[in-house]
Structure formats: C-alpha cells, structure tokens
Design a protein around this ligand. Structure first.
Ligand code: GAP
Length: 429
C-alpha cells in the first residue's frame, strides 16, 4: 500500500460523506474532523463491536459514561499535570513548532533553515476555565484519557454493581490532546474518542490477566477482518513506558505511513488507585469478603482509539486494484450500510415492492434505496462505500415472488424467496 493511498482514502471519505474537514467553510481547523452520514454510521458500528465484546457479552465487566471535565486534582494525581508532555522545538526563522522526537532531519520542515530552539516540555492538556471567575482556582482540563473517570468511580461501581473482583469497567468517549503536530488524517488528532477497559484484579493475578487481555484485544481486530500480516504486537522497552505503566504492549497496524500504534494494553499496577487515595484522602481499596482480605487492586488497561481504528478498517478494506471499480471490503458488522435495495425499473409496481422490503429491513439495520441509474452502476456505488449486499426487485419478484441478492466481495448472485429476506440478512449480518 503506497503513501498516496492516503490521498485516495481522504478523497473517498470526502466524496462519499465519511469524513469532512472540521469547519471547512472557514478554512478548517487543524487536528479536528467531522464524521459525515456514512462515517457516523461506521463509527457507531465500530464502537458497538467493541462494546458488545467487552461489556455486553461478559459477566465480569460493566460500562460507564463519565464527564469530560473533572476536578483538576484528578490530573494532578494521575500525573498528567506534571508528566503529560511532549518534547517540542521551535524554528527561530519561521516560528513553526515541532515534536522534537518526530523530526527526521536537522532542517526545519517548513522553511528549511537549521535554527531550532532547545527542546522544551509542552503539556498536551487543553486548559479551560470553569464558572464565571477566571483565576487559578477555576482552571480545569478537558480530559486527555477516559480512564481517570473510571478510577475515581471505582468504589461507586463496586458498591452499586455487586460485582466481585476480578472485574472490569469500560467506557467509550471523547478525549482531547493539544498535539503539537496533528497528522495523517484521523490518525493523530486533537479531539478523538477512546474505548478503554480498566480491569481490576488481585495483585497476584495481574500478570495472568495482562497476558489474557493482550491476546484478547489483539484477536478483536482479526475477528473483524483486519489483515493478520499487517497487525503486530510490540512490547515497550523500559525507557518507553508511560509514567504509570509496569509493562505495555502496543497493537500496531501497518498504515501507508508505516507500523503505528492502534491500541495500548498496559499493566498499571496499583499506580492510579494509590495516587487517588493519596490525593483525595478517600479509600479506594477492595475488601474480599470470602478471604477477609483488604487490598488496593491492580489494573490491566486496554486503551484503543476509535479514530485510529476507523482509519485502520478503512485502509485495510480499501481495494483499488481496478481503479474504475473501488471496493471497500469492510466486515458486514462494520459496514455503514448493510443492504442496497434496488427496483430494476421505475415502473410496473417494482419500486413499491422494493420500498416494502426496505421498510421491513430498516427496522433491524441500516439499508439504502436507489432507483436511478443502471443496476451495474448502482452496485459499484455501493461497493465503494462497503455495502456487503445488494437486493434487486425485478419482474420475477412480481411473478414468482423471488429477489436477487448480489454479494459485494465475490460479485456472485443468488435468488431467494422474498419472504425469506429478513431471516437471510439477520443470519448474514
Ligand atoms: N489511558 C491510556 C492512554 O490514553 P495512550 O497510549 O496515550 O494511552 C491510547 O492512548 C490510544 O488512544 C492510542 O493507542 C490511540 O489509539 C488513541 N490516541 C491517543 N492519542 C491520540 C491522538 N492524538 N489522535 C488519535 N488517537 C489517539
């Protein structure tokens, strides 16, 4: 996959309504993007795929939805006020700022001169003011990760959910980082979403659960059709570990711009709960009724980016081997639209029959109806947005009660009875 695939993807996203530049009519805002009608659907599907495997289908996890702005002491305790920095240099000639560890030459990428300032630490948190007064006491932050909302609610969830350890708390939501150089489309942005699961366990069991979650999360991407050869697990070296981590594995994907992190699975030990116990003066320990043991749980965290996953699913599905017929080979669960429904012609009652099927199916999943253009062109338009199935209503539907189903990936067609349509698709999707 070459680097200009990124241009093709960006242009497909804009042309078909997956992703637009934020505030485009004002010239855009760097590091922010808007998901259009198809993008919003696909993003929802992706989040549902995560939620169903990590929360709905499990007996040992629950979900949460915490506030984005939290008490500022949360970020003192978590270490973000002190440590959440990237190394930054500024070009003295043109004043452009760069992440020092991302520079690949001694020359300024903007003006070409070789006159950088010393490296400074730049804190990535967005600051804001809460309430009408504007002084140090009203300073707050937009959360840079969703995880801390879970840690500070540990006691609330344990006492209300009746779950016993080991147990996990998951959350999907927005996070904000004032990245020095946002880049690579939605890969590195300033406003993004995370899907995080904090799994609390006894310290003696933490290594076992760490291994378990690394394998489980790696498999998730493959289960939804991401090419295995392009996925890899990479263990962090000691000097790479975040301030809270005892160990960490990244799930990486080979993007057109190289292997990059999609998700981190970290052994956070009792770092966060201990920090919050010390900062707040409140107990966040767990009491095991059976063993009569009180302890501070250890945490295994899996932290995935929704936007990076979105880009991965898109890039991996993109097939332009025939440039006149681009196909997005998305997994049916991730595809924004599941079925394209077409009457062969606009007359003889075919649109009415097709509409009836559309109304029946749209109660269960996302479908689309199109009645203009040749059937071939309609198939191609759906292939380009990843719709796994098309259904055509023709004269046989009138005479024999059958419809034709066409499969996106093989191009094969099959004829089924129109009464079986709903069961057929519920099984496939
Ligand atoms: N709670 C741990 C944590 O936030 P992280 O490695 O800093 O760990 C986790 O972030 C995931 O969030 C990353 O693997 C990535 O998918 C996503 N992410 C982080 N920064 C991002 C950014 N600027 N743009 C898009 N996604 C980002």
């Amino acid at each position: 996959m070459s680097k200009n695939i990124m241009d093709s993807l960006t242009s497909l996203c804009k042309r078909r309504g997956f992703i637009f530049q934020s505030s485009e009519i004002y010239g855009g805002l760097n590091g922010c993007w808007d998901y259009g009608p198809l993008g919003a659907l696909m993003k929802k599907n992706l989040k549902e795929a995560w939620w169903s495997e990590n929360i709905t289908e499990r007996d040992d996890t629950v979900g949460m939805d915490c506030s984005i702005i939290m008490h500022p002491n949360v970020w003192v305790a978590s270490g973000h006020v002190g440590n959440f920095n990237d190394p930054m240099v500024e070009c003295r000639s043109c004043n452009a700022r760069f992440r020092a560890d991302h520079l690949t030459s001694e020359n300024c990428p903007t003006c070409g001169n070789q006159d950088f300032t010393d490296v400074k630490n730049f804190n990535l948190m967005f600051e804001t003011q809460v309430g009408a007064s504007q002084d140090a006491s009203s300073t707050a932050y937009l959360r840079p990760e969703t995880a801390q909302g879970i840690f500070v609610n540990f006691n609330n969830v344990v006492t209300t959910s009746r779950l016993k350890l080991p147990m996990g708390i998951g959350q999907i939501g927005k996070s904000f980082r004032n990245e020095i150089n946002p880049r690579n489309f939605v890969f590195r942005v300033r406003e993004f979403e995370q899907m995080e699961l904090e799994f609390f366990c006894h310290p003696d069991e933490a290594d076992k659960w760490f291994e378990y979650w690394v394998e489980k999360r790696f498999a998730w991407y493959k289960n939804y059709g991401i090419t295995s050869d392009k996925l890899r697990l990479r263990e962090h070296g000691g000097n790479e570990l975040a301030h809270y981590a005892k160990g960490c594995y990244d799930v990486e994907y080979e993007f057109p711009f190289g292997f990059q992190e999609l998700e981190g699975i970290a052994h956070r030990s009792d770092f966060d709960l201990t920090q919050h116990i010390n900062q707040s003066g409140k107990s966040l320990q767990y009491f095991d009724e059976e063993k009569k043991e009180r302890y501070t749980p250890f945490v295994i965290e899996s932290s995935a980016g929704v936007d990076r996953s979105f880009l991965t699913f898109l890039a991996d599905a993109f097939d332009d081997s025939d440039p006149k017929h681009v196909i997005l080979r998305l997994h049916p669960k991730i595809a924004p639209i599941k079925v394209g429904i077409f009457p062969l012609t606009k007359k003889d009652g075919l649109p009415e029959m097709a509409m009836e099927i559309k109304n029946q199916l749209s109660k269960y999943f996302e479908v689309t109806y199109e009645q203009t253009g040749s059937i071939g062109k309609r198939y191609y338009r759906q292939d380009e947005i990843g719709t796994p199935f098309c259904l055509t209503v023709d004269y046989d539907t009138k005479e024999k009660g059958t419809v034709t189903i066409r499969h996106r990936d093989s191009g094969e067609q099959e004829v089924i009875n129109k009464d079986q349509v709903l069961t057929y698709f519920l099984e496939k999707i």
